[in-house]
Each structure stands twice: as structure tokens, then as C-alpha cells.
Design a protein around this ligand. Structure first.
Ligand code: PXL
Length: 293
């Protein structure tokens, strides 16, 4: 019996709406990996709701990460998501430098549907670029990939909440060029989620000196906030367990699709997020693997 591997999770804690830590913690825990959370902000509900209470935790984040280093903790993975300020990016980058043995998963949470999240400062894409530079893998959606690379944003309304009306279609050379621009920022692997590629839908990734790899999926005719967090959490959990990248991407792709399908069948309002709770069981490793993991 081995102790659980550990993930330091730098994400916000939004009460209503199933995103960030309320997704990260159950998903990665179900996969048999311990999550040690450092909340970047607390919100009554995520920022797609018309109104919410929030508190920025930048000072706390710095003190928390310093304490963990003073305690001598060495994490197997550092996984970052929604960072609320430019200073939080500097703090996260400094923490990664002090965790040289950790896998670095950076989900550059900046926006969706052709728009930046409205609570984020304008300087956040430039800051996030610096964090991406030192990552083992980054997992932007198309909007975030555009913001990170200075590519014109996909038209707003493509994939709007609850419609998934993806008017924009990518071609393979365009997708390859976008992945190359992301890799030029410095991460070892760049992965873009939710790409309408010609007549299919894919999650696409490329490693430095590699070629484009695709995980195709049957799209669900709906769009929910938090699915990027869900995808990146399954990916981070699987990679921390030592799974190969292609297997981890396929697992994350399949799980997100399954959860979206279940949610659509429930008919709940999209802004409340996906029906994750009843699907978590599928992530629990079989008994035999749990014993030797
Ligand atoms: O799911 C990404 C996300 C994370 N954190 C907060 C958000 C969102 C998306 O809206 O508002 C606070």
C-alpha cells in the first residue's frame, strides 16, 4: 500500500455553479489522489451569474504557499486554474519554482465563448503567458488560446451558454498554427479543448517537437460552465497517477462528454453547471489498482 500522491490545487472556491475547487476536489479525490487546496478567491457563485459576493485571497495565497514550503512539502503535481490577480500569477510561478519535482499543470482560466471573464483584470492574459512558459502542460479552450497568443478572438456567441452554437470551425493547418504559437510560449505540451475541427469535435494537443494529436468526441448540444475545470481535473488526476498523456486525454474527454450528456438529460439550467455528483463513481480506480497505486 502506497500513500496517495498529492496535488496542490490553486483555484477559486465558488459556492454555486460547480467549477474550480468544487469540481477539482471531488474529481481528483475520486481518482485516489489527495488534493491540497489553496483558494485564490472565494465567491458565492461563479462569475457567469449576474451577481455574486466575492473576496480576493491574494495575500492569503502567498502566506499559504510559503507555509507549505516551510513545512517541507513536496507535491507530485501543482495544478493552477482561476487566478484572480496579476500578483497571484507571480505567487504561483514562485511556488512552482520551489516545487521542482512536481508535474506542472496550468489551466489558463481567462474566458470562454469569445470573451474574457468579467471579474479578471485586463492584464491577466499577459500574466498567464508567463505562467504557461514553465508548465508541463497547458489546457486552454479556444478563447483562452486566442487571448494567450494574441490571435483574434473567436466570435462571441459561438458556444454561448446553453446553446453550443459553434459557428466557428477550425481547419487543421489553423489548429496546428495555434498549437505552435502556444508552444512558443514555452510549455512542454499545449492542449486546446473544445475545438470544432472541420466536421468533427476534438480536444487537440501537441508536444514540443511533436505533431498534432486529436481526441475526437461526439458533441453534446449544450454548453455548461466548469467543463474546462472538469476536463483539466481528470487530466491532472490521471497524469499524477502516472497515466500516459494520450490515455489521460481520452479518459478526460470521455468523462466530460458523459457528464454533459447526463446533465442535458436532467434539463437543469446550464449556469448551475454539470450534474457531476452521480458520475464521480466512474473515476474510482478498480480495487486491484488502488492497492498498488
Ligand atoms: O470554470 C471557470 C471559472 C472558474 N472560476 C470562476 C469562474 C469561472 C467561469 O465562469 O467564474 C470564478
Amino acid at each position: 500500500m502506497q500513500p496517495a500522491r498529492t496535488v496542490a490545487a490553486l483555484h477559486d472556491l465558488s459556492g454555486v455553479g460547480r467549477c474550480a475547487l468544487t469540481v477539482v476536489i471531488p474529481v481528483i479525490s475520486a481518482m485516489g489522489v489527495q488534493v491540497i487546496p489553496a483558494p485564490t478567491a472565494v465567491l458565492s457563485a461563479h462569475t457567469a451569474f449576474p451577481d455574486f459576493a466575492s473576496a480576493d485571497l491574494t495575500d492569503y495565497l502567498e502566506r499559504c504557499l510559503d507555509k507549505w514550503c516551510e513545512m517541507g512539502l513536496a507535491f507530485d503535481c501543482v495544478y493552477t486554474g482561476y487566478l484572480a490577480s496579476v500578483r497571484q500569477e507571480e505567487i504561483a510561478r514562485g511556488f512552482m519554482a520551489r516545487q521542482p519535482g512536481a508535474l506542472r499543470v496550468v489551466d489558463p482560466v481567462l474566458g470562454d465563448d469569445g470573451r474574457m471573464y468579467r471579474a479578471l483584470p485586463r492584464e491577466m492574459p499577459a500574466a498567464m503567458r508567463r505562467l504557461c512558459a514553465g508548465a508541463d502542460i497547458i489546457t486552454p479552450n479556444l478563447t483562452e488560446a486566442a487571448l494567450l497568443t494574441g490571435t483574434p478572438l473567436p466570435p462571441a456567441g459561438a458556444g454561448a451558454l446553453g446553446t453550443n452554437e459553434t459557428r466557428m470551425r477550425c481547419r487543421l493547418p489553423q489548429l496546428r498554427a495555434l498549437l505552435e504559437r502556444l508552444l512558443a510560449l514555452g510549455p512542454k505540451t499545449a492542449l486546446i479543448t473544445g475545438v470544432p475541427l472541420e466536421d468533427v469535435h476534438v480536444n487537440a494537443w501537441m508536444a514540443q517537437d511533436g505533431d498534432v494529436q486529436l481526441a475526437e468526441y461526439e458533441p453534446v448540444p449544450a454548453s455548461y460552465p466548469g467543463t474546462g475545470d472538469l476536463f483539466a481535473s481528470v487530466l491532472a488526476g490521471a497524469l499524477t497517477r502516472g497515466e500516459a498523456l494520450a490515455d489521460a486525454v481520452r479518459r478526460a474527454t470521455g468523462f466530460v462528454r458523459d457528464v454533459m450528456r447526463r446533465t442535458l438529460a436532467c434539463g437543469t439550467e446550464p449556469v448551475y453547471g454539470v450534474q457531476l455528483e452521480q458520475a464521480l463513481g466512474a473515476l474510482i480506480p478498480p480495487e486491484a489498482e488502488r492497492a498498488d497505486a
